[in-house]
Design a protein around this ligand. Structure first.
Ligand code: SF4
Length: 354
């Protein structure tokens, strides 16, 4: 795994955000490299001298230095397309497979994220996730509006449960439509199944109310469906619902389960092996594509997907939490393969190099 939080030392009085640059003159909110060894680097900037202990490349990264905790958080890694800000850990749903189980407390980091966005590399794509980011909707739309004004080159991919959009939000949705794509989950065509998976009665109906407002605001939406034993057989019907009623979607992502968070201890009860029975997924893809819906398969090693559907398998797992089996080194498809989550048991990694 690529470390995102690494040891650091600074005498600054409070946390600060800075971009790390090479030796020489540093600009505003930048810190210049003074000295580098194999496992540590010393920088100087507006907040004085600080050191970061890591063997990772750091130049160009935007980091948050926390002197009290003695850490450097790599908010934006310059050479990675997989940078995500955790907006909040609060959530009003309790999905059975949640990879980031919610917490009651909210640590407001909007100001740090604003600063990081200003320092981001040209054309960066930044993920905004939770928890549920729209529980802090006013601040979230404010951040998007400010970013659009300051950094129109930045694009945001925002994960939301789609439970909180109102008619009043349409102007804000419209204002951010050009520089954002929202990932919103729908787990079944059947309201009871969806509500049971997200553990919230009425969530399905509320989601469709939200989607009407999102559509009115011109929001770009990636609909997301995690594969579970509870919904696998319903995929073709969900595809028909999407084709008939949600044709405005930008994409439908069918995602394999991540064995972390709540799913870790429930894996046996939730997981369905697409390698053993791909038929419902194939049927769903066929139906959706007939309706002109763009489909992607997430978190599925390419060799586990039948040849006819392999082109739908996306390189979806973020670089910092991705791993491959030793045999993958000989596979010609590795550059476009998502591999496995870093926390996936090695004993379960069955691969067939292509
Ligand atoms: S062998 Fe490895 S790299 Fe190749 S498709 Fe399978 S999991 Fe991906």
């Amino acid at each position: 795994m690529i470390p995102l939080l690494v040891p650091a030392s600074s005498d600054a009085p409070a946390r600060f955000v800075t971009r790390l640059v090479g030796a020489g003159a540093a600009g505003q909110r930048e810190s210049a490299l003074i000295e580098r060894s194999s496992d540590a680097a010393l920088f100087a900037g507006e907040n004085g001298l600080f050191s970061i202990t890591t063997d990772q490349p750091l130049i160009g990264d935007v980091v948050c230095i926390d002197p009290a905790r003695r850490t450097a958080e790599r908010l934006i890694r310059a050479n990675s397309p997989h940078n995500t800000f955790l907006i909040t850990e609060q959530c009003d749903q309790l999905c059975v497979m949640c990879s980031q189980p919610p917490k009651k407390r909210h640590d407001d980091r909007f100001e740090e994220y604003r600063q990081a966005i200003r320092l981001a590399p040209e054309g960066a794509v930044i993920g905004l996730s939770g928890g549920e980011p729209t529980l802090h909707k006013t601040a979230l739309f404010g951040l998007l509006a400010e970013a659009k004004a300051d950094r129109p080159d930045i694009f945001f991919h925002i994960l939301s449960n789609g439970q909180h959009f109102e008619a009043d939000d349409i102007p804000d949705i419209r204002a951010s439509a050009a520089n954002s794509l929202w990932g919103i989950p729908l787990y079944s065509h059947h309201a009871g199944t969806h509500d049971a998976i997200v553990a919230k009665p009425g969530a399905y109906d509320r989601l469709f109310d939200s989607l009407a407002h999102c559509l009115s605001g011109g929001m770009r939406i990636e609909l997301r469906t995690v594969l579970l034993q509870a919904n696998m057989c319903q995929l073709p019907e969900l595809a028909r619902l999407i084709g008939n009623h949600l044709g405005f979607l930008s994409q439908w992502s069918i995602m394999q389960l991540e064995n972390i968070g709540f799913a870790k201890n429930r894996f046996g009860a939730l997981y369905v092996d697409h390698g053993l029975d791909f038929a419902p997924i194939a049927n769903a893809i066929d139906v959706a594509t007939l309706f002109g819906i763009r489909v992607s398969l997430f978190n599925m090693p390419r060799c586990s997907v039948p040849t006819a559907y392999r082109s739908y398998a996306a390189n979806s797992i973020s670089d910092w939490k991705r791993k491959y089996a030793p045999a993958c080194e000989t596979c010609s498809d590795q550059p476009s393969c998502p591999g496995f989550f870093a926390w996936y048991p090695d004993s379960h990694m069955r691969v067939t190099p292509l």
